[in-house]
Design a protein around this ligand. Structure first.
Ligand code: ZN
Length: 264
């Protein structure tokens, strides 16, 4: 624990993300290699500018009524911890036997080559889910429409301004919350943002429960599409990108593992 408390903000992020970048083509190759090694079904549901949009599926081993989990990462090209966390999870290959997993490891590869939030045209794909303009978003929604409903979604993100990890919860049916469990798991490897206001919304203990309903908002993030059409519970995980990249990957992996433990 003492070790963890020494993790400090780097102070690099002024006006945006200025930390480490990744070679997304190499990361995607490693992701495909790990997925193949461990028997995931792979689908390329979109191709653009020489990049594949990958979706991986892992069928449950045992239970016919296994919970379905959806994980996505890399929709913002200046948030490298998400695709790296997806890679780590695939390489470590510790998944619950009785869960069905859908994993999209990188939804904005071109953005990573530019280290920018938006796609190659500068469009924020994570505001494009109500009336989609980008080909990437339309392809993603078409893919989502072919999938069964999910019991839980996890969207992996980073926030260049935050003082630690935090998450957004969407839980309109008041199901048992995973929020505290996920934060407790992350706290062992990464500081938590304990601000009372994060991104203009009330927060408590690193948890934001936004009381905004999707119909009231014109520019839907992926999570709003998911909660409206595909799932009734989900979490947007925000690693603090002014901390070392390894800490942020650890944070996202810890949160996903805690959710998998809960589901499996
Ligand atoms: Zn993001």
């Amino acid at each position: 624990m003492r070790e963890i408390l020494r993790v400090q903000k780097l102070g690099k992020n002024h006006g945006g993300y200025h930390g480490e970048t990744i070679d997304i083509r190499a990361v995607l190759r490693d992701i495909e290699t790990a997925a193949r090694k461990f028997g995931w079904a792979q689908e390329i549901f979109h191709e653009q500018a020489g990049f594949p949009w990958l979706a991986f599926h892992r069928a449950p081993r045992l239970a016919p009524k296994a919970p379905r989990l959806y994980l996505s990462a890399g929709i913002h090209g200046d948030e490298p911890a998400g695709p790296l966390a997806a890679l780590r999870l695939l390489q470590e290959n510790r998944w619950p036997e009785n869960a069905e997993i859908f994993l999209l490891p990188c939804q904005n590869p071109a953005g990573f080559t530019l280290n920018q939030r938006g796609n190659a045209a500068g469009l924020d794909l994570n505001r494009d889910y109500r009336q989609p303009q980008a080909a990437e978003t339309r392809a993603h929604i078409a893919w989502l429409e072919r999938q069964p409903p999910f019991d839980l979604y996890l969207c992996l993100h980073e926030d260049w301004e935050s003082h630690g990890f935090y998450l957004y919860e969407q839980n309109p049916d008041d199901k048992p919350s995973l929020a505290e469990t996920l934060v407790a798991a992350v706290k062992k490897v990464c500081p938590i943002d304990l601000s009372e206001s994060i991104e203009g919304r009330a927060a408590q203990g690193g948890i934001v429960r936004p009381n905004i309903s999707p119909p009231e908002r014109p520019d839907w993030p992926e999570a709003f599409y998911l909660i409206t059409r595909k799932a009734r519970q989900g979490y947007t995980l925000e690693a603090p990108s002014d901390f070392p990249l390894a800490t942020r990957v650890n944070a996202l992996v810890a949160a996903v593992r805690a959710a998998l433990d809960f589901a499996g």
